[in-house]
Design a protein around this ligand. Structure first.
Ligand code: BDR
Ligand code: CA
Length: 306
């Protein structure tokens, strides 16, 4: 089977770590490049975490460092959710820098996209700063991008603000550029993540599923995205779930825009299901996920890793 070429843009991040594992060990995806962006913790930390993960997974994927800050706003990280390092809870081996490119994320993405025989899918699971910069600096890449499948935004309420989700609210200006880019876009938002759960009985199985399962189990002890007792939310895996098993979702094609000016709602995604804004559709929005299917799929994916 021909694998689908993707670039993951990420800020690991505990849920990023498992999403990356799922992509790297999948038979259907070919991860051409991983780019890093400041988000859950600083750029240096998320880049270091990405290198730590790749060493642990024994995967040789090039890594390029991207933006250290959102386009306009100061970075407000999520170390309260993922721990000080961004990936607390597991003792990773020290990586070297051989996978780290000298090119920055935007130039590396441009090169990989332009050189690819097949259109590339971008999979941002972090603030959209790098993707916005890429589309503005090198608009010619659009011709060879198949679609953007992102984790971010929400069709209901938020986790960073009352109405705003972390990845979009961290850099709303970047998110607005991406939503208005004209590229096919899939949004797997926070509210589907609330049902993409690893329940206590699932967590208990992880250590028996291999090295990655054991790692996930350890990281999950420190992850504040939900609770070990009521279920942990696998937000970033929702993007991979769309790529690998889209039938888990109910999807609406609609128009989405990002609030920039709201004094209390900046970074809110307006999922305009009823067409109030009178704009043509620009996104497929995941509206719900089948929790049972997700749980089985997630454990199967982890079992397929080392
Ligand atoms: C998103 O925010 C981050 O903390 C997670 O890694 C995920 O990408 C969920 O809102
Ligand atoms: Ca993330």
């Amino acid at each position: 089977m021909k694998k689908r070429p993707i670039i993951i843009d990420t800020d690991p991040g505990i849920d990023d770590a498992v999403a990356i594992a799922i992509a790297l060990f999948s038979e259907e995806l070919d991860v051409k490049l991983i780019t890093t962006v400041a988000g859950n913790v600083s750029l240096d930390k998320v880049t270091y975490n990405t290198l730590r993960l790749l060493k642990f997974f024994q995967k040789e994927v090039p890594v390029a460092k991207g933006a250290a800050e959102p386009l306009i706003r100061p970075l407000m990280d999520a170390s309260n959710v993922h721990g000080k390092s961004g990936m607390e809870g597991f003792d990773f081996e020290e990586p070297d820098d051989h996978l780290l490119l000298e090119e920055n994320a935007v130039n590396a993405m441009r090169r990989v996209i332009m050189e690819s025989d097949e259109p590339i899918t971008l999979v941002p699971i972090a603030p959209l700063t790098n993707i916005a910069l890429l589309l503005k600096v090198y608009p010619e890449v659009k011709a060879n991008i198949r679609e953007i499948v992102m984790m971010g935004g929400s069709a209901s309420r938020g986790n960073k603000g009352v109405m705003s989700e972390f990845n979009v609210a961290t850099d709303p200006e970047a998110a607005k550029i991406v939503f208005n880019s004209g590229l096919p876009l899939v949004m797997a938002g926070l509210d589907v993540g609330w049902n993409a759960l690893v329940l206590p009985e699932d967590s208990a199985k992880l250590p028996q599923l291999g090295e990655v399962g054991r790692m996930a189990y350890c990281l999950f002890q420190k992850y504040r995205g939900g609770s070990m007792k009521t279920g942990l939310k696998m937000y970033d895996s929702c993007a991979m779930a769309y790529l690998l098993k889209p039938e888990m979702y109910e999807i609406a094609e609609t128009y989405v825009d990002v609030e920039l000016a709201g004094t209390m709602t900046a970074g809110c995604t307006l999922v305009d299901l009823k067409g109030y804004l009178g704009q043509p559709n620009n996104a497929k929005v995941c509206m719900s996920i089948n929790q049972e299917l997700f749980r089985t799929w997630f454990l199967d994916c982890i079992a397929r890793c080392i």
